[in-house]
Design a protein around this ligand. Structure first.
Ligand code: ADP
Length: 654
């Protein structure tokens, strides 16, 4: 065992050396004659333990066998001396032939190197690298050969492993090249201080357009960027070694030959490329074309700005109104309220947005109504209008009319509810004053008019008796005018009662057909120009207020005559089905324009154009109220210039 490279050996090893370095007779003589240097030489040879060193004579018999040989092959010197060298080769190989050729080559050239399979004493084989040297004596006669063999199996394995590694590396490199090539990021490698394109991937060509880049410096390959500071950036990265990161930097690129400069926005990095010696040899440019995102964002920002400006303009405009204007989301939470509403509630916009009526200063009952009306708008897509009184947090009571309107998205779904509220306190007060005034006036008028009527009738009968027919006829006309006055006063009184919720009904069973005949006959007496025809009038018992229903029929007949000055006929039809009785009065007069029809049941409403016909617009309002209170329905079908058909229906008692 060699320690620290010295030639000191254990006793056992020394014995082995003595044994192993057995020499044949010739050699022994030589050894005996050899000098002290030769002894050293033998020791040196034996100290090379990982090489088999032995010699053969001309007959290929082994005549010296070193310690290294004993180690490599497992044979001792005693076993090997005078053995033919063939013992060292696996029998099935061609190595003997090869050996003969090697020896011949060694004779010719002095030495030869090769690689052959060898067999150890234990039968295992190994690939051995061999060097064979020609051995000559002093007289230059060929005495044999020196063989130096080392086990190159490891070297072979190492070479194979190295080969595998190289293949793997190549595959990895190919993968990287593929990634480089097909990756979504653009990438280019620029060499040297002229930034010459060495490589550029597909994404890079997509960015700059298909052009001849490789092998050209940036200034030549992309001339349009020269004036855009790109070269200065590249120079700085190359000289300082500091990477450059560009975020959403705009670059004008001529993406088609001869085309206009196109502005692209890029997120990219210029990184210095360093070689194994830590020297800068170029730049890697890689990044993403983020033009679409940047443009989309800029558009969105622009749009947001416009919306913001518009919202401000709306807010200023809406806040200049006296009406309250506001919006809700589909869950009934405020999304906007103009200043007048904020002032009324004593809140700021931040305090109101996101809250529903229940979370704001509204009485519980009103909050519930308003909230459910908004839900109704969202559900039905229909506008809701209503009125309410409201006392604000500072105790001011007011009357308000409001309208909730749906706002639809492109799929016709309600996305928002817009509302506007008008303060009608003053109007309400004026109206109630007016109602009150009319109530008083009509009440005060009623008594004298009743007296006048009574006196007129007395006078008329006196003149009749006295044979003064002319005066009697005049008093008859006066009586008719007093009737009109009485009906006007009674209409005014009815309105006062309706407004005060005091319209009384005397409900009873009565014959509907009889009532119709009676009222028609009564009205017929008031006109000579029109004939009222009853086309159908089946017998029918109805439960309700006979006088009030008669009042409705009378009003319809009077109107039919009034509003058909050039016609001669009015048609009355009663029809019955299992749940209701329906009466219609049809005339062939002026008719009512479509767009006005929904308003004619409102108080004081008169269709314009009928100004020459007397009236105050209360008859249909009172009729509608009566029919509503009798659980019936009232409606009109009309065409301007052709006439109208007014109808009502009443439920039949089960
Ligand atoms: P008045 O007849 O006193 O004006 P009403 O309430 O009875 O009031 O009618 C309201 C309005 O409806 C009338 O002013 C008139 O314009 C319109 N109207 C009512 N009946 C008819 C009809 N038969 N034909 C045309 N217009 C009618």
């Amino acid at each position: 065992m060699v320690q620290d490279g010295s030639l000191q050996r254990t006793n056992q090893e020394t014995t082995e050396i003595t044994h192993s370095f057995q020499v044949n007779k010739d050699l022994r003589q030589q050894l005996e004659q050899s000098s002290v240097d030769d002894i050293y030489f033998k020791q040196i040879v034996d100290s090379i333990e990982d090489r088999a060193i032995f010699t053969t004579d001309r007959g290929n018999n082994i005549n010296s066998w070193g310690v290294g040989a004993a180690r490599v092959y497992g044979y001792s010197g005693i076993e090997m001396l005078a053995q033919n060298v063939a013992i060292l080769f696996p029998s099935e190989t061609q190595n003997e032939q090869q050996l003969a050729e090697d020896l011949q080559a060694a004779i010719e050239r002095g030495s030869v190197k090769g690689e052959k399979w060898y067999r150890r004493k234990n039968g295992t084989t190994f690939l051995g690298g061999s060097s064979i040297f020609l051995l000559k004596d002093k007289e230059n006669n060929i005495r044999g050969f020196t063989h130096i063999i080392y086990d190159s199996t490891d070297k072979k394995r190492f070479q194979e492993e190295r080969e595998t590694l190289i293949q793997e590396l190549k595959a990895e490199k190919q993968k990287l090249v593929n990634i480089f090539e097909r990756g979504p990021a653009f990438m280019a490698i620029l060499q040297g201080e002229q930034h010459v394109f060495e490589m550029a991937n597909t994404a890079y060509f997509q960015l700059v357009g298909q052009r001849d880049l490789i092998g050209k410096p940036v200034a030549e390959a992309l001339p349009e960027v020269v004036d855009q500071g790109v070269l200065e950036l590249l120079d700085s990265v190359y000289t300082t070694g500091q990477p450059f990161i560009g975020t959403e930097r705009s670059v004008g690129l001529q993406r088609e030959a001869g085309g206009a400069l196109e502005e692209r926005y890029l997120n990219y990095v210029y990184e210095p490329l360093i070689n194994a010696q830590d020297e800068r040899i170029g730049i890697i440019a890689h990044g993403y074309d983020v033009t679409d995102q940047v443009v989309a964002r800029k558009n969105a920002e622009q749009l947001a700005l416009q919306i913001e400006q518009q919202a401000q303009a709306f807010n200023v405009t809406l806040s200049a109104l006296q009406d309250f204007v506001y919006t809700f989301d589909v869950d009934g939470r405020f999304t906007y309220a103009n200043s007048p509403l904020l002032e009324l509630l004593g809140l700021t916009l931040d305090q109101i947005v996101g809250k529903n009526f229940h979370q704001l200063p509204y009485p519980e009952e009103l909050a519930t109504t308003l909230h459910s009306q908004i839900k109704q708008v969202v559900r039905t897509g229909q506008t809701v209008t209503d009125e309410t009184s409201y006392t604000n947090p500072t105790g001011n009571k007011g009357y308000y009319e409001y309208i909730f309107t749906p706002i639809f998205d492109s799929n016709q779904r309600v996305t928002l509810v817009a509302g506007s509220t008008r303060d009608i306190t003053t109007r309400q007060q004026l109206e109630s004053q007016k109602d009150e005034f009319m109530g008083i006036v009509s009440h005060e008028l009623k008594t004298p008019v009743t007296s006048i009527k009574a006196f007129t009738q007395v006078l008329q009968s006196r003149f009749e008796r006295a044979g003064d027919e002319r005066s009697s006829a005049l008093l008859g006309k006066m009586d008719a005018q007093i009737n009109k006055l009485t009906s006007l006063i009674s209409d005014l009184l009815d309105v006062t009662k309706i407004e005060g919720g005091q319209l009384q009904f005397n409900q009873d069973y009565f014959s509907f057909d009889e009532l119709v005949t009676e009222v028609v006959e009564e009205t017929q007496r008031t006109t000579n120009n029109h004939t009222i025809n009853i086309t159908e009038n089946p017998h029918m018992i109805v439960f309700g207020d006979r006088d009030r229903i008669g009042q409705v029929i009378s009003n319809m007949l009077t109107n039919a005559i009034k509003y058909s000055p050039n016609a001669e006929q009015v048609i009355v039809t009663t029809s019955v089905n299992h749940e209701s009785v329906t009466l219609c009065v049809q005339d062939f007069g002026v008719g009512i324009p479509q767009e006005r029809q929904h308003q004619i049941f409102e108080r004081y409403y008169r269709v314009s154009g009928n100004d020459t016909i007397s009236g105050i617009g209360l008859g249909l309002y009172i009729s509608a109220e009566i029919i509503k209170r009798q659980n019936g329905k009232i409606w009109v079908e009309s065409e301007q210039g052709k006439g109208s058909k007014f109808c009502f229906s009443l439920p039949i008692p089960a």
